[in-house]
Design a protein around this ligand. Structure first.
Ligand code: ADP
Length: 969
């Protein structure tokens, strides 16, 4: 344990010594600088002998040019070796042989009865510089530390020796050069002398010589000027220039350089480059100069600090180059130095202001961030970091971490890319996610900061929270949408225009109607929808109106999207501001096409009316009962054959009316004045020439808005018709008579049959009655019954006779309530036997609830009889099917009473239906062809209709219908 401690202590001491030795050895080159090899070897050996306490040290330095090597031996005076250098040299002979380089191990030799350890250290990688031999009596020599010191010392010495050798070479070369110059000068001088002699001898040669001299002088002057020029450049250069030898000693410096360092020229010449260089830069400088020497580069540049004479430091930029040597000049270093203290200071200040700026950005109360020119996030101030709840590092990835609303992100990225490329500032609105996940709207403004060269050096982003404004805007937009909805849903075409009249807005209805887009219609575009015939009128009217008036109203046609034109009423009013200037025009277009059409229609129908009145000989009139005011149409004046200028009065009318009809007219007027009524009369009027006109007069009451009574009516001149009707009635009556008479003959047989039946019944019953009375006792009950039957049959016979009489004797038509079923049954009774003979089966379907009708019973029975007989006639050739007649009575939909007679007879050609009803049209050999025509006039006299239709099957159907309450004519 103790031994170890002792060893450690020794080791430490040893190491310390070694360190000291190294320091001593490393200090050597300082002393060698610029020295010759002999001096270097000498100091080296001396130092080693002392430092390592050697007994001797020997050095052999070889001559590069092959001259004899120089051997140096130092022996410790206090050592055991005597002063016999020859002995030592001889003992060292084995290492001094040419082939001894490989020996690097220490060896022990015997010398002067002493055992000496010898350690060889070769100078230069292959001993080309020489050899160092260290000797010590110690048998542990050399220790590891001693080897180190020796090797380092040897290396140092090699460098110094090489330098010294180079220096020596330079000196030698310079010496040779000087010798050469001296020799050449001497030769030239000799030549000159010879020339002079020749000049003396030859004038021409003399002249030549003079010229030579002049040329030489010129050359000298040229050289002097060049030198002066160079000097001037050197002295006046704006940057510091220093020339140093390859060791760094100053050869020459210019004033700028001197001033920069605060030394004089003389002072500097005693100094080396390293003396003015900051310690930190020396190693780097040495390395770079080494590179220059190794000719791997021609020059280098570096920024470094110089130490001035007063100890202060100054920043310079150095450009160092190696100037190659010439015949007369060795190569040297040229150093161009620029004082960059100010620039460095500015950079420093910039750095300071930069950190200041960061501080400012961070303390701004608004939300700010700065970006690099490529839009990379550089700085985010605290309020903004707090808003996002994220750190700067996180915010650098803003594109990916969802801080910008996904719907806005693409737009924001596009904008920032665009601005990064173009340096354009921008303002954009988008949503940013707050730390709690809520998105709020921001207005983000980006402004570029440009450097002196105009390039963007930084972007400033200002984020302004506009959430509240956005909400307000949205509310406004919503109410605008609402308004727009209202405008678009009002059932009108609406628009607005600017004060000067150019269109600004059209509602959806307007656009839908015209099929134009808002862009197409804007300004004057809408005029394409105007009808070409209206275009000029409307545009000139509109232009004039906007200039002069407050409201506008014009009618014009507008083209619908399908190309159809419709009439519109264009209406617009101006909205004025407080100063009375028009701000806007608001207008609507109302579709008046239907009104326009109606107007046209009215105009036409008025024309029709006038024409119609004239053609139909119908005049119209109105009569205001209260005022007695009567208005007549022109046609009415014509009918009354009065001058249209004459005002129509009741009195004037009274004078024209036929005296027989006056009371009727009087009654009519009286009741019309009393209450609202509707009347229809046919009075006669007497013309000035005594001719009579039949007037069909019809009028009805109308109350106006104030409740006043007024009659509107029409009066038709029906004289012609009336006369014709009268003729027709007469003819009909006559025809009917004829018909009756002809029917009479046919009926005779059936009458006989009809009457015969009850008569034979009477006879039979009467005989039976007698027989019953004759029995004993007499059958009184039976007799009474048969007597009763006799009486019944008697009545039947008398009924038949009575009906026949009625049928043939009745002349005048009489209106009475008639039961059509009953009337039909009576006809069946009359026709029964005739139908049986003709083998016709009669089927009657008489409606139960048939109301009574107003009419002439006999005439109606005549019609039924006619139809029944025609049916029977139509079937008298039919053998292949039953001869059926079906009679039906019914009420139809309009409450008319109907009777149909359907047979299975031969039928008729439907094309000739009308002919059947023509008088005297018959297909029968014994027919007269008046039955149907008389029947039709009877039914029409009852305001009814008689018609014929062919059956679906065989046969035909004849039918008539009569209104329930026909107003008998
Ligand atoms: P007449 O019976 O004297 O011929 P009408 O005027 O009664 O005169 O009849 C005219 C014609 O109408 C008849 O000749 C007959 O051709 C046709 N006609 C009338 N009723 C029928 C019927 N039920 N079926 C077919 N034809 C008929």
């Amino acid at each position: 344990m103790e031994g170890e401690t002792t060893n450690s202590a020794q080791e430490i001491r040893r190491l310390q010594r070694c360190m000291n030795d190294l320091v001593s050895v490393l200090a050597l080159p300082a002393a060698w600088s610029g020295g010759e090899s002999q001096q270097i070897v000498h100091t080296l050996l001396k130092a080693l002998l002392r430092v390592l306490a050697l007994d001797f040290v020997y050095a052999r330095v070889k001559d590069p040019n092959g001259a004899v090597p120089v051997d140096t031996l130092h022996i410790a005076t206090s050592g055991p070796l005597g002063r016999s250098p020859q002995t030592i040299s001889a003992a060292l002979e084995p290492w001094l042989q040419d082939d001894a380089q490989g020996q690097t191990a220490p060896a022990r030799i015997r010398l002067d009865n002493e055992d000496i350890s010898v350690f060889p250290v070769w100078l230069g990688p292959h001993g080309e510089i020489g050899l160092l031999l260290a000797g010590s009596g110690r048998d542990d020599f050399p220790l590891e530390t001693e080897r180190l010191v020796l090797n380092i010392a040897a290396n140092q010495a090699v460098v110094s020796l090489q330098q010294a050798r180079l220096l020596g070479e330079q000196k030698r070369v310079a010496g040779e050069l000087d010798n050469w110059v001296a020799r050449r000068t001497a030769e030239l001088a000799a030549a000159n002398e010879e020339l002079r002699k020749e000049i003396a001898e030859h004038q021409q040669t003399e002249h030549k010589l003079r010229r030579n001299e002049e040329a030489l002088r010129d050359a000298h002057a040229l050289v002097a000027r060049g030198e002066e020029l160079w000097r001037s450049v050197f002295e006046n250069s704006a940057i510091g220039v220093a020339l140093t030898d390859l060791e760094g000693h100053f050869i020459a410096t210019n004033p700028v350089y001197q001033k920069m360092l605060g030394y004089t020229e003389e002072e500097l010449q005693k100094l080396g480059f390293d003396d003015v260089t900051h310690a930190d830069n020396q190693a780097a400088n040495a390395a770079l100069i080494g590179e220059l020497m190794g000719s791997s580069r021609r020059q280098f540049q570096m920024e470094e600090q110089y130490r001035r004479k007063d100890g202060s430091l100054v920043w310079v930029r150095n450009n160092v180059s190696l100037v190659p040597g010439t015949e007369r000049l060795p190569q040297f270093l040229m150093e161009l130095s620029e004082d960059i203290a100010e620039r460095k200071y500015a950079e420093e200040a910039l750095r300071a202001s930069e950190s200041n700026f960061r501080l400012i950005v961070d303390t701004i109360p608004g939300q700010v961030c700065t970006l690099k020119p490529n839009f990379e996030v550089e700085l985010v101030n605290k309020p903004l970091r707090d808003y996002f709840g994220l750190a700067l590092e996180q915010l650098k990835d803003w594109e990916f971490i969802g801080v910008v609303h996904p719907d806005d992100l693409e737009r924001v990225i596009a904008q920032s890319r665009h601005s990064a490329a173009t340096a354009e500032p921008y303002s954009i609105e988008h949503r940013c996610r707050r730390h709690d996940g809520v998105f709020r709207w921001f207005q983000v403004r980006a402004l570029p900061l440009r450097g002196a060269d105009g390039q963007v050096v930084r972007w400033y982003l200002l984020l302004i929270d506009i959430e509240d404004r956005k909400r307000a805007e949205e509310a406004v937009m919503a109410s605008e949408r609402n308004l727009k909805l209202i405008i678009n849903t009002i059932p009108a075409l609406a628009w607005s225009a600017r004060p000067e009249g150019t269109a600004e807005f059209f509602n959806q209805r307007w656009l839908d109607y015209t099929g134009l887009t808002a862009e197409q219609a804007s300004e004057w575009g809408w005029t394409v929808a105007l009808h070409p015939d209206d275009l000029d009128r409307v545009t000139s009217y509109w232009q004039a109106a906007v200039a002069t008036s407050d409201s506008v109203e014009i009618e014009a046609r507008l083209r619908r999207s399908d190309g159809a034109y419709r009439w519109f009423l264009f209406r617009a009013s101006a909205l004025r501001d407080d100063a009375g200037a028009i701000v806007k025009w608001y207008g609507t277009n109302a579709d008046i096409d239907d009104r326009k059409r109606a107007e046209e229609h009215v105009r036409r129908s008025e024309a029709f009316l006038v024409e119609g009145q004239r053609l139909s000989r119908t005049g119209t009139f109105s009569w205001r009962v209260e005022t007695g005011e009567i208005t007549w149409s022109d046609e009415l004046y014509r009918i009354f054959e009065l001058d249209p200028a004459t005002p129509a009065t009741l009195e004037l009318i009274g004078r024209r009316v036929h005296p027989e009809d006056l009371p009727m007219i009087g009654d009519m007027l009286a009741s019309a004045q009393r209450a609202d009524s509707q009347f229809e009369y046919e009075p006669r009027i007497v013309m000035a020439d005594g001719s009579i006109k039949h007037i069909h007069l019809i009028a009805h009451a109308v109350r106006d808005a104030e409740g006043r009574l007024e009659y509107f009516g029409a009066a038709q001149d029906v004289t012609g018709r009336r006369l014709a009707e009268e003729g027709l009635t007469r003819a009909r009556a006559e025809l009917a008579d004829v018909a009756r008479v002809t029917s009479f003959g046919v009926l005779t047989a059936s009458i006989a049959h009809e009457v015969n039946q009850p008569l034979s019944g009477i006879i039979t019953n009467a005989s039976t009655c007698l027989r019953m009375l004759d029995t004993d006792p007499p059958n009184l009950d039976g007799a009474r019954e048969t007597a009763r039957r006799t009486i019944r049959d008697g009545h039947r016979a008398s009924d038949v006779v009575m009906r026949l009489r009625g049928l043939f004797s009745k002349k005048e038509a009489a209106v009475e309530p008639v039961d059509l079923n009953e009337a039909a049954r009576e006809v069946f009774a009359l026709m029964l036997s005739e139908l049986q003979q003709a083998r016709v089966v009669l089927q009657s379907e008489l409606s139960e609830d048939l109301p009574l009708i107003q009419g002439d019973r006999i005439q109606l029975q005549e019609v039924i009889l006619n139809l029944l007989r025609n049916a029977s006639d139509a079937m008298n050739t039919i053998e292949d099917r039953p001869r059926h007649v079906r009679i039906r009575t019914s009420r139809d939909a309009s409450d008319d009473i109907c009777l149909t007679v359907e047979d299975t007879g031969i039928g008729f050609d439907p094309q000739h239906t009308d002919a059947l009803f023509q008088p005297f049209h018959t297909t029968k050999s014994d027919g007269m062809g008046i039955g149907l025509s008389v029947s039709r006039s009877i039914i029409e006299a009852h305001r009814g209709r008689l018609w014929a239709t062919p059956n679906d099957g065989p046969g035909a159907t004849f039918a008539f219908s009569i209104p329930r309450n026909p107003e008998a004519s």
